[in-house]
Unconditional design. Structure first.
Ligand code: FAD
Length: 316
């Protein structure tokens, strides 16, 4: 079966969910080989990769790989493209993954497709463009297909793989070492799931009314085990931090459930959430465009509805 390289995203040794999604997708196209770059590899990480079908793990865990930002990862993949001749390379369409994909495309003289929301036989990638108004199917026509796939493009499904390890030594040029990490500042890890990986997202918009009122959005999120998101109107007003903005100029989410409270449903907001499996809108205006998109709609004042919903969910 054709070998497919999957670049593992990991934080402090923990394999990110998006990697499990990429392994799941890779299995539909061939035989997935996970590529681990940088320190932090462990028996648990190996078990996780095996659980989701990695037949092989290319292990390049030298510290200097993490010391030079993204260039060494592109170099590692380029080496493997040359030595293993895989049918394709999948990376997560995160800021880092997309930069790796671009650099790898240059190094291997290959085509690259970013922000794929789906992937079918023959490495046909699906992209959602124009604020989600049009879906495009594309295929790489030169070199090795390099596809950056958005988080939540598919649900991760376990399927045992051998995860046979193969150590790889990366040869870094001066250009690969041209940028050096000088400091790492650990972000406080909140109790909530990461926005782009969460199965449930509760978002608030201008209708929430103030920074203080976001507490009701957070409470609902917490009883549901959800992440909190916000519209740009809410982040621009300073009611919620920009890193939680959902939409064209914010994060793209594709959870199982998206609850939009006090959000009108502008096209730029939809661009970041319309592939959610189920959408619930809470809005006092029955004509709000979000209702065209929603699977379930509640017309009313969110300041009454959201706390009631929180209370009901909390009872169960
Ligand atoms: P509004 O459109 O003002 O809607 C507020 C809604 O709340 C209304 O429907 C109202 O009926 C309802 N409401 C008010 N009070 C209550 C209440 N008490 N109970 C229930 N409902 C209530 N926007 C994004 O979100 N993300 C982006 O990434 C983004 N990128 C953009 C990029 C560009 C280039 C541009 C031009 C715009 C972008 N925008 C983005 C902005 C976007 O066009 C909208 O302005 C924004 O999404 C509106 O946010 P909102 O729905 O919270 O506010």
């Amino acid at each position: 079966m054709a070998e497919i390289l999957v670049l593992v995203e990991h934080v402090e040794g923990e394999v990110k969910k998006v990697t499990l999604e990429l392994l799941t997708l890779a299995r539909t196209l061939g035989s997935p080989s996970a590529v681990w770059a940088g320190p932090g590899y462990s028996a648990e990480a190996k078990a996780r990769l095996a659980e989701y079908g990695a037949e092989k793990v290319y292990l390049a865990d030298a510290a200097e790989i993490a010391d030079h930002v993204v260039a060494p990862k592109a170099q590692l993949l380029a080496q493997l493209v040359s030595s293993a001749a895989p049918a394709g390379v999948l990376v997560a369409a995160t800021a880092e993954g997309k930069e790796v994909a671009g650099r790898l495309a240059i190094k291997t003289d290959s085509g690259v497709i970013t922000d794929a929301v789906g992937l079918a036989e023959g490495f046909v990638a699906e992209q959602s463009i124009f604020g989600g108004g049009v879906n495009v199917h594309s295929r790489v026509t030169k070199g090795t297909p390099i596809i950056a796939v958005r988080p939540n493009a598919t649900a991760p499904e376990p399927s045992a793989g051998a995860a046979a390890e193969e150590q790889v030594t990366v040869t870094l040029s001066d250009a690969d070492k041209a940028a050096k990490v000088v400091d790492r500042v650990k972000q406080e890890k909140g109790a909530r799931p990461e926005l782009t990986e969460a199965a449930i997202v509760v978002s608030g918009g201008r209708g929430v009314g103030s920074a203080e009122n976001f507490a009701i959005i957070e409470k609902l999120a917490d009883v549901l085990g959800a992440a909190v998101g916000a519209s740009r109107a809410a982040t621009d007003a300073g009611w919620y931090p920009h890193q939680f903005q959902v939409g064209q100029t914010g994060k793209t989410v594709a959870p199982q459930l998206y609850i939009a409270a006090g959000i009108s449903g502008a096209i730029q907001h939809r661009a970041g959430m319309q592939t959610a499996k189920t959408i619930i809108a809470i809005n006092k205006d029955p004509e709000a465009p979000i209702f065209e998109l929603a699977d379930f709609g509640v017309v009313g004042d969110l300041h009454q509805i959201v706390p009631q919903l929180t209370e009901e969910v909390d009872k169960r």
